[in-house]
Write a protein that binds this ligand. Structure first.
Ligand code: NDP
Ligand code: HSE
Length: 435
């Protein structure tokens, strides 16, 4: 194992010095004395790898390199990875961990697919792998799941973990505007990236859901296990339908422990837009903020809230991890290992119990409600509430279901959409946060 920790110095290689990395470098320099006191030894920035060193006149030039692979191999104790993406970063981090170097990363895309491989490399070399900043930026969330709640049984983790989509949905809710024009506005204001695909199509939230589900349920869940729908199909009609019922629309990452009738347990992990009551704690989370709601048997309900992105907020989580791994190295121990002992299977979305809100325009004549109700009954979907409002020859029908397998709810909606008496399926959305 490479180690320069002799009670004097922990040497750190910073891979990437963009939005987050530049803030980490700044704080490492500005708070050097305090960080040393907390870690138990000086934490020295020993090298910085960027793609284009000539574009970084603000950084100490003697630390800069474009050769990240060589920096990983050099005489450093900790790698802080803030480049992003899968390769070549995966290879570099595996190399570092196998050599016994600790790794701190904010890379959710990498962790959501390769956490098992990286954890195994860390375990076999006795190194640390910390990734608090990968989900919900500044919010201390992964360490509470991994450590503070290690003695409890978590049943649900549900939250807003993507600021871009929360900004767009909050703006649609307050202005009544459509998705496309609100996305344009978010881009103009700098809240959405030039290519917003990873955010608006739910890939970013799905990676975070995989990380949360793995930690909460001591199982291995990857991004490809997570059911995913983005917000591109959320219409102003959906938002208006939600408002009319005292609800709002949010893109949620929902990770649940599901217990079948025979007592067997599985994990459901999904990302999709949902209607939640305006009284729910997540409903009041506006703009680009993140919030995560956790339910556990003994602890009950917990809520974590704060800034989920941005250079300084994310750097706060990175530095927290850096102090922890530096302290571990100074003291000669290591932090908690990956815990995948429960190995719960992932439940397919079709079998996951969900509730739907369905808003329909139907012909206003006798027997229509009974015909519609018959379709729900045929799919064994129980109706929780029905509201009808008449408008000339049309009636507006709002139906909220009880919990049913998602596949049965989908099949119900598909069949209803084909009925002659149904003029239009105005809005279909899953409902969360109410019993
Ligand atoms: P940026 O795009 O701002 O910065 C990326 C950095 O990586 C740049 O300094 C770039 O160099 C460097 N880089 C790219 N390729 C290479 C390479 N091959 N070798 C060496 N350096 C390279 O990214 P962010 O700071 O926004 O994000 C970093 C990580 O943090 C990502 O995993 C992201 O998902 C995660 N994250 C980001 C958040 C945010 O708010 N931005 C929030 C939470 C997590 P150069 O400067 O020369 O181009
Ligand atoms: N693109 C992400 C967001 C950044 O909008 O929340 C934080 O991971």
């Amino acid at each position: 194992m490479t180690s320069t920790v002799d009670g004097k110095t922990v040497r750190v290689a910073l891979l990437g010095c963009g939005t987050v990395g530049s803030e980490v470098a700044r704080l490492l320099t500005e708070q050097a004395d305090e960080l040393a006191a907390r870690a138990g030894a000086p934490v020295e920035l020993a090298g910085i790898a960027v793609r284009r060193p000539d574009k970084h006149p603000e950084l100490p030039q003697h630390l800069l390199t474009s050769d990240a692979a060589a920096l990983v191999e050099s005489d450093v104790d900790v790698i802080v990875e803030l480049i992003g993406g899968i390769e070549p970063v995966r290879t570099w981090l595996l190399t570092a961990l196998r050599k016994g170097k600790s790794v701190v990363t904010a890379n959710k895309a990498l962790l959501a697919e390769y956490s098992a491989e990286l954890s195994e490399a860390a375990d076999s070399a006795g190194a640390d792998l910390y990734f608090e900043a990968s989900v919900a930026g500044a919010i201390p969330l992964l360490r509470p799941l991994r450590e503070s709640l290690a003695g409890d049984r978590i049943t649900k983790v549900m939250g807003i973990v993507n600021g871009t989509t929360n900004f767009i949905l909050s703006a649609m809710d307050s202005s009544g505007a459509g998705y496309a024009e609100t996305l344009d506005e978010a881009s103009r204001l700098g809240y959405a990236e030039a290519d917003p695909t990873a955010d608006v199509d739910g890939y970013d939230a799905a990676s975070k859901a995989a990380i949360l589900a793995s930690l909460a349920f001591h199982s291995r869940v990857t991004a490809s296990d997570v059911y995913r729908e983005g917000i591109a199909n959320v219409t102003s009609s959906d938002i208006a339908a939600a408002k009319a019922l005292g609800r709002t629309v949010k893109l949620l990452s929902i990770c649940e422990r599901v217990t079948a009738d025979d007592g067997t347990e599985s994990v459901s992990a999904r990302v999709h837009p949902v209607m939640i009551p305006r009284s729910h704690p997540l409903a009041g989370v506006g703009g680009a903020f993140n919030a995560v709601f956790v339910e556990a048997d003994a602890a009950g309900e917990l809520m974590f809230y704060g800034q989920g992105a941005g250079g300084a907020p994310t750097a706060s989580a990175v530095l927290g991890d850096l102090v922890a791994v530096a302290r571990n190295r100074v003291l000669g121990g290591r932090g908690p290992r990956e815990s995948a002992h429960a190995a719960l299977p992932v439940r397919p979305m079709g079998q996951t119990p969900t509730r739907y809100h369905i808003s329909l325009d139907v012909a206003d004549k006798p027997g229509v409600l009974a015909q519609v109700a018959q379709v729900f009954a045929a799919h064994e979907v129980s109706i929780a509430a029905v509201r009808q409002r008449d408008r000339l020859s049309t009636a507006s029908l709002v139906i909220v279901t009880h919990l049913a397998p998602d596949a049965a709810l989908r099949a119900t909606v598909e069949e209803i959409g084909k009925m002659d008496v149904v003029h239009e399926v105005v809005s279909v959305m899953r409902v969360e946060g109410e019993d």
